[in-house]
Design a protein around this ligand. Structure first.
Ligand code: ATP
Length: 301
């Protein structure tokens, strides 16, 4: 057993035990195409994640966004063919392999895992076997996951997108779990500009405020972009995860803050938190104004 297996570093108070970091396809590919993959961007992000894994071994699981290849594989599926989504396994394995090769070049051990072999739908919902993920973490190896198609209770395949995959890791044996989705926007923008303010917090039990801000989805997108992400992360947060949407920057100095308590994140990293725990720094929701004093009469009345 390795040193990482013998003594997994404990989570700092307020920080997660396990970090699931997803690098969105929008950061490493042009999703208007079916096959673009930016290997220079993948290498830059892989170096940042590798540094995180070296510094905090056994604490991180990686999820690769499908990007152009993933969306391209499921754009025109034959609804009459229950196995039509199969091509997603091939496409997302190519994406996982590009990441795994980059992690190897960055000097860490990483292993791509096929979600379809670890997770199926049962009558009670999707059920995952995390035995191999736990073993890899115990050995300090980075598990590399991606979206996939999974077997349903009726024997067909359904798409299990990369924003849904982190949910299979929300398990007592890995908790507390934080899920960070790095994408091409700094969070849920409250206006139309890419650098405008973002919603600081969304309650997973009331996503109406987030839904109201979501823009129309581009025609090439198959996962409903931000709306799909919010719904997937809210479901993970209702099961106990702390979920964050923030912008990826391949030129960042480090990603160490992703494992720090949220109140210690750098002030210049805007993000949207989706969690049942409301950040203490947020003002309390406005209470209804007190009824006007019936003894005071307006000059107009
Ligand atoms: P992938 O699903 O391929 O991994 P990703 O996770 O990087 O990609 P998307 O799922 O496309 O990214 O989600 C980010 C996109 O959501 C943004 O590029 C933007 O176009 C869209 N979006 C819609 N409404 C909003 C909003 N209010 N604030 C921010 N982004 C929004």
């Amino acid at each position: 057993m390795s040193a990482a297996a013998a003594a997994p570093p404990p989570a700092r108070a307020g920080g997660p035990r396990t970090l699931v970091v997803k690098v969105g396809g929008s950061l490493v590919s042009d999703k208007r195409t079916d096959d673009h993959l930016d290997t220079a961007a993948i290498h830059a992000y892989a170096a940042l994640v590798a540094d995180l894994v070296r510094t905090f071994p056994g604490r991180t699981v990686f999820v690769a966004g499908g990007g152009a290849l993933g969306h391209g594989a499921v754009r025109d599926l034959d609804a009459a063919d229950g196995f039509a989504a199969l091509d997603l396994t091939r496409a997302t394995f190519a994406v996982k392999w590009a990441w795994t090769a980059a992690f190897r070049e960055a000097g860490i051990r990483a292993l791509p895992l096929q979600v379809a072999a670890m997770c199926t739908d049962q009558r009670s919902g999707a059920v995952a076997d995390l035995t191999v993920v736990r073993r890899l973490l115990a050995e300090g190896v980075l598990p590399v996951l991606s979206g996939d198609c999974i077997l349903t209770a009726d024997g067909s395949l359904r798409i299990y997108g990369s924003d849904h995959v982190p949910g299979m890791l929300v398990d007592g044996s890995l908790g507390p779990v934080r899920i960070v989705t790095l994408t091409d926007v700094p969070g849920i923008l409250t206006g139309t500009g890419p650098d405008g303010p973002v919603l600081p917090w969304v309650s997973p039990d009331d996503t109406a405020s987030a839904h109201a801000l979501v823009w129309e989805t581009a025609p090439w997108d198959t996962s409903d972009a931000m709306r799909g992400k919010v719904d997937a992360l809210a479901a993970h947060a209702r099961r106990g995860a702390e979920c964050v949407i923030t912008r990826g920057d391949r030129a960042s100095a480090s990603l160490h803050h992703l494992l720090a308590p949220m109140d210690r994140w750098p002030a210049d990293v805007p993000h949207t938190l989706i969690s049942r725990t409301r950040p203490a720094s947020l003002p309390h929701p406005r209470t209804a104004p007190p009824p006007s004093d019936p003894g005071i009469t307006s000059a107009r009345s």
